[in-house]
Design a protein around this ligand. Structure first.
Ligand code: NDP
Length: 275
């Protein structure tokens, strides 16, 4: 099955599929099968990270696929312990080798870890990787407004993406507005809140009305807001369901009903205090 996923044009002109596949918490040995299912279902963007310890599994699925490299969009992330100029370059080489690739489409600083204050040096290293052609697009993850502003004081490149926790329980309106002002695309991690919002009444009733699943409604909400999403599943039926979200639309009233679910629900760490 081939599903056509729209792309978002980033601030460097690169295009990222608006919907991709996340592999957080998937053991390396199961990752190849999950990514292969996702590629078969039509996903072309895969989101991993050094700390997920499954870059090898992702790489095996890519190597076994006959999809051309240029049609794939692969993201990985610099782990916190590897921040700093030289350490970033070394960690990047390790990720590239594990994935078995010649370049990475999107390389992210995974967390700002503000107390360590190394993200500006790490960014300089990523800028070098961009100029060397090894990273096509540079971005960050879990950056709060203060971290973005501090980074931009010394950056040559504006991050193309900030990948942040974002779902109906944590809508991140302040960051989304800042991203729009700075030309940074918003990428939503845990777009389904790891399931924590799928039982909300507003979502289940909208789902029933459209004959869709709660997860499909939540993903549709993200897409209509302009977010990039990377839902994770190891379940083939859900992998298929999560990409089958381009044949219906939520009304303005339905978007408003979901907007009312914003409640400061963090399922992951707070970026201001994770160090
Ligand atoms: P998600 O919000 O994508 O939720 C994943 C969970 O929801 C899994 O338990 C999955 O179960 C279940 N699920 C998936 N689809 C459905 C469905 N259609 N119906 C019901 N349940 C469903 O959580 P993640 O935390 O995995 O976030 C997605 C991706 O974001 C990660 O995989 C990772 O790539 C990225 N991420 C980035 C972070 C960062 O710091 N930058 C932090 C966290 C995540 P099952 O697999 O059993 O089917």
């Amino acid at each position: 099955m081939t599903t056509s996923v729209p792309t978002i044009t980033l601030n460097n002109g690169a295009r990222i599929p608006q919907l991709g596949f996340g592999v957080f918490q998937v053991p390396d040995a199961e990752t190849t099968e999950a990514v292969t299912s996702a590629l078969d279902a039509g996903y072309r963007s895969i989101d991993t990270a050094a700390i997920y310890a499954n870059e090898v599994g992702v790489g095996k699925a890519l190597a076994a696929s006959d999809i051309e490299r240029g049609e794939l969009f692969i993201t990985t992330k610099l782990w916190n312990a590897d921040q700093g100029y030289d350490a970033t370059l070394t960690a990047f080489d390790a990720s590239l080798a594990k994935l078995g690739l010649e370049y990475i489409d999107l390389y992210l600083i995974h967390w700002p870890t503000p107390a360590r204050d190394l993200y500006r040096e790490s960014w300089k290293a990523i800028e070098k990787l961009v100029s060397d052609g090894l990273v096509r697009t540079a971005g960050v993850s879990n950056f709060q407004p203060a971290h973005l502003r501090r980074l931009l004081e010394s950056a040559s490149l504006v991050p193309a993406v900030n990948q942040i926790e974002l779902h109906p329980g944590l809508q991140q309106n302040e960051l989304r507005a800042l991203h729009a002002e700075l030309g940074i695309a918003t990428e939503a991690w845990s777009p389904l809140a790891q399931g924590a919002v799928l039982g909300d009444d507003a979502i289940t009733s909208i789902a029933a009305h459209h004959g869709k699943s709660p997860a499909q409604v939540v993903l549709r909400w993200h897409l209509q807001l302009g977010n990039i999403v990377i839902p994770k599943s190891v379940t083939p039926t859900r992998i298929g369901e999560n990409i089958d979200v381009f044949g219906f639309a939520l009304t303005d009233d339905e978007m408003a009903a979901i907007a009312a679910l914003d409640r400061g629900l963090r399922t992951g760490p707070d970026p201001d205090t994770l160090n």
